[in-house]
Design a protein around this ligand. Structure first.
Ligand SMILES: [Zn+2]
Length: 96
């Protein structure tokens, strides 16, 4: 007996060689579907700038698109001084 078959038997995954190959390929197929779903979710979540793979967390154009910190016009660096953040927050409240 093939060692893999024995292994499969112990874990109750298909007792015949055919059963083993079937469960292997169906597992592989659902794996591909899984990665496809992740890819689609990523395309939805990532930055809308063309060719950019970063996570788009910052809404732009009134929330129509989301871009990464690199492609947002208001974000010039990754870290902003706290007083600057507070000033921006105050401006935002005033403009509401
Ligand atoms: Zn980007």
């Amino acid at each position: 007996m093939h060692p893999l078959e024995e292994f499969a038997k112990v874990f109750g995954v298909g007792s015949s060689a055919n059963g083993w190959t079937y469960s292997f390929w169906s597992g592989f197929g659902s794996c591909l579907a899984y990665f496809g779903a992740i890819g689609m979710a990523w395309r939805h979540l990532n930055c809308h700038a063309k060719g950019c793979w970063r996570l788009g967390r910052h809404p732009i154009a009134g929330g129509k698109y989301k871009v990464c910190h690199r492609h947002h016009p208001d974000i010039t660096s990754r870290s902003v001084p706290v007083d600057e953040l507070h000033a921006m927050h105050a401006d935002h409240l005033k403009s509401k």
